[in-house]
Unconditional design. Structure first.
Length: 360
């Protein structure tokens, strides 16, 4: 990592934890990131020289792709554009002549943009690349060169700055997870005075419009029953923060299971870890440097929780980011996932420009 990047990581970590615990990790990182991808020092401008240890990035190389690249840098006058996104490929083809343009409907879906969205603008003579950027960026889209022409698809660098498509649960219904997140973000005022935990769960279920159940087996394992009395009085706070204050003194926490919110013990939560994929565009982590990603998370967010120090948590890279989306998959508790989400959000808010590419 560069000195500037190390400073950014340090400042971000300070906003999340009272103090940073520096964890010492063993040298065996190879099992986490495969062969430990290394970009040779000759890599310039994101183009990687091919070599035995370099990831191979295959760029479109057809005659059509070459012609499209030339046209992107040529000046054009599109004049007025006003059409539905679903018709943009046809409209642009008519205005630009023989340039083959297609819509990536899967990409539009990931960008959460309707095919009926209007694309509008006045485009005076300028390079086609600039004109396309101006009309597509507001929708979280971009035009990319493919072997058969130009394809309009999702711009994940832009979308990540809007918090779109940055993560996804594995094994938890996405629609329900969004409901849970919205419910936990609600502000509430509560006044529980020696009320049984079961009654508190019932009242909160009504407030959140979500089913809440107690994990009776895990409660019994620590000698607790659903009748344990709870006292908490707050004027206004997010339900997420309120639950932390409510459950932590009892050594309890919550997790999402199927389509219910479960109040359970911390030990049980660590035996029922949930998986989540995190995409890393826009965070400032160097593309190809999965060691830095893993070290930052494990070294600043509950270091004792991760497997290197004997804990249950696991992080593995899914893709390095050369020619695809850089991503990690994390097995952790709901609480730790929330901390990771906050860390990556703060890093995106602190980073501008393109993500650097690893040079060694």
């Amino acid at each position: 990592m560069t000195a500037g990047f190390r400073v950014l990581v340090f400042l971000v970590a300070l906003t999340l934890t009272p103090a940073i615990t520096k964890a010492q990790f063993g040298p065996d990182r190879s099992r986490l990131n495969g062969a430990g991808m290394v970009v040779p020092g000759g890599a310039v401008g994101g183009q990687l020289p091919l070599g035995p240890s370099s990831p191979k990035v295959i760029l479109p190389s057809s005659a059509t792709a070459d012609a499209v690249r030339q046209q992107l840098d040529a000046g054009v006058s599109l004049e007025s554009i006003d059409c539905a996104l679903v018709d943009l490929d046809v409209v642009l083809t008519e205005k630009l002549g023989s340039l083959p343009i297609s819509l990536d409907h899967a990409g539009l879906k990931q960008a959460r943009v309707s095919s009926d969205a209007r694309v509008q603008g006045q485009f005076s003579p300028q390079p086609l690349r600039a004109a396309l950027d101006r009309m597509l960026r507001p929708h979280g889209l971009k035009a990319v060169v493919v072997n058969d022409g130009l394809r309009i698809t999702a711009d994940f660098r832009e979308l990540s700055q809007r918090g779109i498509g940055t993560s996804r649960w594995v094994g938890i219904d996405e629609a329900f997870s969004l409901r849970v997140d919205a419910a936990l973000s609600q502000k509430v005022a509560v006044d529980f005075n020696d009320e049984p935990l079961a009654e508190v769960a019932k009242r909160l279920s009504e407030i959140m419009s979500l089913p809440i159940v107690l994990d009776f087996r895990s409660l019994e394992e620590i000698g607790m029953t659903a009748d344990v009395e709870v006292t908490l009085s707050i004027e206004e706070m997010s339900i997420r923060s309120m639950l932390r204050l409510l459950l932590t003194p009892l050594d309890l926490t919550y997790r999402v299971d199927s389509e219910v919110l479960v109040f359970t013990t911390k030990e049980s939560a660590e035996l029922n870890l949930v998986n989540r994929i995190y995409w890393l565009e826009g965070t400032g982590f160097p593309i190809g440097d999965m060691d830095s990603v893993i070290d930052v998370i494990q070294g600043t967010l509950k270091p004792e929780f991760w497997e290197q120090l004997g804990g249950p948590g696991v992080i593995n890279p899914l893709t390095e980011g050369y020619g695809n989306r850089p991503a990690i998959i994390v097995s952790a508790t709901q609480e730790v996932h929330r901390q990771i989400e906050t860390l990556l959000t703060v890093m995106r808010e602190s980073h501008v420009g393109d993500d650097p590419v690893l040079h060694r």
